[in-house]
Write a protein that binds this ligand. Sequence first.
Ligand code: FE2
Ligand code: FE2
Length: 328
Amino acid sequence: MGSAAPKVSFGTANQIEVLIALEPFLRQQTAAHLERRKLWFPNDLSPADEQEGEQDAGELARVREAARGLPDPVRVALALNLLTEEGLPHFHRLIATHMGNESPWSDWNNLWTAEEDRHGCVLRDYVRDARLFNMGALERMQYRYIEAGFNPDWQQDPYRLLAYTSLQERATQMAHANTGRSCSQYEPKIQRILAHISGDESRHYAFYRAVFGEVLRNDTAVALNSLLKVMPALAMPGHNITDYDHMSDVVRRAEIYGPRHYQQIVEELLEFWNIGGLTGLPAEGAAAQEKLMKIPARLQRMADYLDAKAAAERTFRFDFVYDRPITI
Ligand SMILES: [Fe+2]
Ligand SMILES: [Fe+2]
């Protein structure tokens, strides 16, 4: 516990002013989000009612049988997606502490959290129903993951939060969609579940990138510098857990999600926000713009390097899949 007085809101006085001026836009985007979304519930996809139909019981047996065929790298991807979703308490806290808890932002944060909460629930329901893991080992890992906390070094900058969520929503959208595709030939139900989740993520992505775009319009040079602090590498809760790194490596080698996907996301957002086309910037804005435009090439070099290294197979073992060797 620090001895400093608690902070009610983060950001500089000017940033807070920009964010307050943004409130009508925020309300409008929230309304547009509610308009677009189709609310679904885990029980729609994996029914667990007292009064179950005969069909539900048969479906459970079918899923469990078919899921035996899921290859271990796909199981690792599912475990990683599940952990990422279960990091929700930290993400909720970061939004609350960076955007304030007594503003339209808290309405958005609560709405967003309610939507996200279903993702961890429905994935957990599935992996439990399908008997995909050594569940106790997975639960211990989830415990460590959440217990490790997540405090990215954002220097109390609310713009970094908005840049981060834009990137992160698209990254999870891709990871879920690609994992679903890798599962479909073995067990189609999980693809359906992942499609529901990735549909949510793409709407969240549309929301955050629109809001950060508005911040960019209103406070361009400062926003560019915030973006530059976040974009080169996307930190995740749990990045300090050894197994987590190895899981990311397996998922990258399985071509489900890795630096090439992240590069694509970065390029997409630089283009969407027209970062390269911004003109008339003050010196510190122009310097950030130049560095931002160099990120894709750097990510590509990193991806090339990792791919060259991955040309040699490597064997991984995870206790949540009974330490079976995964050579990939
Ligand atoms: Fe999610
Ligand atoms: Fe999301």
